[in-house]
Design a protein around this ligand. Structure first.
Ligand SMILES: [Zn+2]
Length: 230
């Protein structure tokens, strides 16, 4: 075959492939797939690489330098002790400002929000837990960020081929840099007998207080396939 003949063959082949590939997904599917909620469920385009892991954002500024007046924060002395235990350098003599934050950047590049489950490192072990509080301690020289996590208990449901998680009573303090992954979970509505309720704006799913959540395995994340059962 001449080189011109080969060229024509390749051009036709390329056009055929383009047409075939374009036909694979219906326009409705493509539009549905671009929906913000669907992309969030699948974990698409959620990664942020502008900041270093452990970065916190959405600060709730605390005007008081004495958090004793603010019941939502721990006692300042307790916080400084925790900072020391975690290897921080803020001393009691420093003028320290305290802030709470709503989000913290996990090591996998995704922001974890207060209430989300996360994987975190503690004493060289990896645990799952729910993020309860993120506090920034800031002196003139130093800034440390501490996350309070409620340890989770993970179980495997072999019949339904999924992993479930629920909070234990144990709360731990870790550096925000030890938050490794955000774990996307869905409430176990079937187990919790959650019902459809109605208000002025329409129908909505009313979750019960059932404490079990199912780990979303459909999400494109850097989580291990199976988390360690406790
Ligand atoms: Zn529910």
């Amino acid at each position: 075959m001449t080189s011109r003949g080969m060229g024509i063959l390749f051009t036709s082949l390329r056009m055929f492939l383009r047409r075939t590939i374009r036909k694979q997904a219906n326009n409705y599917v493509v539009t549905y797939g671009k929906h913000k909620k669907v992309q969030s469920f699948l974990g698409v385009h959620m990664l942020s690489n502008k900041q270093m892991p452990g970065h916190v954002r959405k600060l709730t500024r605390s005007t008081s330098r004495k958090p004793k007046n603010d019941r939502s924060l721990l006692d300042s002395l307790e916080l400084l002790m925790i900072d020391t235990l975690l290897g921080g350098n803020i001393s009691l003599q420093d003028q320290v400002k305290f802030h709470e934050c709503k989000e913290c950047l996990a090591g996998d590049g995704e922001y974890a929000k207060i209430g989300n489950f996360v994987l975190y490192r503690k004493h060289e072990q990896i645990y799952i837990g729910s993020l309860k509080k993120v506090v920034v301690l800031q002196s003139k020289q130093e800034m440390t960020t501490v996350a309070f996590v409620k340890r989770g208990e993970c179980t495997t449901d072999i019949q339904k081929n999924c992993q479930k998680v629920q909070e234990s009573d144990r709360t731990e303090a870790v550096k925000t840099t030890d938050i490794l992954n955000a774990v996307h979970t869905i409430h176990d509505c079937k187990g919790g007998y959650c019902r459809i309720a109605e208000n002025q704006s329409g129908q909505y799913l009313k979750h019960s207080s059932h404490p079990v959540h199912i780990i979303n395995k459909f999400r494109l994340s850097k989580l291990p396939d199976t988390l360690t059962d406790i």
